[in-house]
Design a protein around this ligand. Structure first.
Ligand code: GCO
Length: 487
């Protein structure tokens, strides 16, 4: 398959181009300056949970190399950097006064970014719950939502109006269902009832956290939440297949969109999940608290899936070691193989799915601006003698998805920016360091940074405001301020 692409469409001035990371995936320094343990420290140190026994103990050492990393972002011309604040750096046990040393790290980061003209996009929660809060129930406990609001208030006070956009949560779907359904992610407790309680408490945390940020910074403080909405394509128009699609949509998407954007859970969800919970954890007033106006909806998009009614019944094994999301009130939904190509994650490449998702969201919420807060691809990079990476597949993936965003914008969707995943190779959760999403390579061991061809291409996209060709020859190497320092 050819990865060559001609020069392509232009984007409006003001469209925000950036890149994203998350604290546990890049920072390292897990025991420094008063940081307490998070559920991901515990999980990654539990044998068998993460590929290769990898942990985030050192990760990209971003905590110590942050100045160089910001300089590199500036070399790439990034206009925004989406990073997450590690809750256990701010409150080691998830409660009590803020740790000044923890806040100081992000305070400096924000200033460094602003000094070079990069807009800070802050995610308050990207999965690193303080372990002490897990010990008292984690997201399955209502108390965690109140703790989150307190934490959000501390961070809002410290970073103040220097932040371009506040995101309360990243992908609560993962926290709820991978953390409590499949058990692939921390805390790794497979229990559908707890997964659904977590859904609600994460929603509540979003509402209370957003209100806490605005309580400190005023009603005009820009607030968002980031969802990884699942694009389920029905395998046919048969009513049974469409009904199956609706059931998985309800569990995966509507339980987040409904409360946060419409102030109600989808009516079907209660009957659909009655085997696992009576939803008594939803208290009077919660939906009002959750339904807070947001300025932007953050969207993380990678791939699509095909679903339909189950062709043959399956026995649900009560002793199975994990509970797939589909088992949570979707036992009758079957997954069908998507055609390729695929990334190294095994995920299908489907840029049209992104255009379709944007159009659908815009039809439902015409006044809600959208920001792509993650999109990118892992490939098995081949490294040249100088550490160079001619990652044409990744560049083609980025080209096609940026183009898909542009197509949706042409059709009237208000998309404000594109923040690719990821600025650099990092700790890919259960996959450890075996999956690399970066446009900057991080050399295992030395942690030396090298801009990949995709990074050089992205720099040119940002500079010109239009899609550069993806050539037969590789893009000229980017010489950066780091090259001399690392030589
Ligand atoms: C995600 C996470 C990222 C992942 C990325 C690739 O949102 O799933 O935000 O942390 O690393 O998506 O899987």
């Amino acid at each position: 398959m050819s990865h060559a692409r001609p020069a392509g469409r232009a984007f409006p001035p003001g469209f925000l181009w950036g890149a994203a990371t998350a604290a546990y995936q890049v920072e390292g320094a897990v025991a420094e300056d008063g940081r307490g343990p998070s559920i991901w420290d515990t999980f990654s140190h539990t044998p068998g949970k993460v590929a290769g026994g990898d942990t985030g103990d050192i990760a990209c050492d971003h905590y110590h190399r942050v100045e160089q990393d910001v300089a590199l972002m500036a070399d790439l011309g990034l206009q925004a950097y989406r990073f997450s604040v590690a809750w256990p750096r701010i409150q080691a046990t998830g409660a009590g006064p803020a740790n000044p040393l923890g806040l100081a790290f992000y305070d400096r980061l924000v200033d460094q970014l602003l000094d070079v003209g990069i807009a800070p996009v802050v995610t308050l929660y990207h999965w690193d719950l303080p372990q002490a809060l897990q010990d008292t129930g984690g997201w399955a406990s209502r108390e965690t939502a109140y703790r989150f609001a307190d934490y959000a208030e501390h961070v809002a006070r410290a970073l103040g109006d220097r932040v371009h956009l506040w995101t309360t949560l990243n992908e609560p779907w993962c926290s709820a269902y991978l953390g409590h359904g499949s058990g692939e992610h921390a805390p790794g407790i497979p229990d559908p009832g707890l997964a659904l309680a977590s859904v609600h408490h994460l929603n509540l945390a979003h509402g209370l956290g957003a209100r806490a940020v605005r309580g400190v910074l005023g009603e005009s403080a820009p607030v968002s939440v980031t969802f990884n909405l699942q694009v389920h394509q029905a395998v046919s128009d048969d009513p049974a297949d469409l009904a199956a699609k609706r059931r998985i949509d309800v569990i995966a998407n509507e339980v987040f969109l409904g409360p946060t954007l419409e102030g109600a859970y989808p009516a079907e969800v209660f009957a659909q999940t009655s085997r696992f919970t009576d939803w008594a954890f939803v208290r009077d007033g919660d939906l009002d608290d959750i339904h807070v106006p947001i300025d932007v909806l953050g969207l993380n998009y990678y791939n699509t899936s095909r679903v339909g009614a189950r062709r043959a019944p399956v026995a649900v094994d009560p002793d199975a070691p994990f509970v797939p999301t589909t088992a949570i009130g979707c036992e009758d939904v079957e997954w069908f193989e998507q055609p390729g190509p695929r990334t190294q994650m095994g995920w299908n490449v489907d840029p049209q799915g992104l255009t379709d998702l944007l159009l659908e969201l815009h039809a439902r919420y015409p006044d809600l601006p959208i920001m792509i807060t993650e999109n990118g691809a892992a490939f098995d990079d081949e490294v040249g003698p100088e550490g160079e990476v001619a990652d044409r597949e990744r560049t083609a993936y980025l080209y096609d998805h940026v183009d898909a965003v542009g197509a949706a914008m042409d059709a009237g969707v208000d998309v404000r920016g594109y923040l690719l995943w990821s600025f650099m190779d990092n700790f890919e959760w259960a996959w450890g360091y075996s999956r690399r999403f970066g446009i900057v390579r991080v050399e295992p061991g030395t942690l030396r940074r090298t801009v990949k061809d995709s990074g050089a291409w992205y720099r040119e996209l940002i500079r010109a405001g239009r899609l550069p060709a993806v050539g037969a020859a590789s893009t000229p190497a980017v010489r950066t301020s780091l090259d001399a320092a690392q030589a």
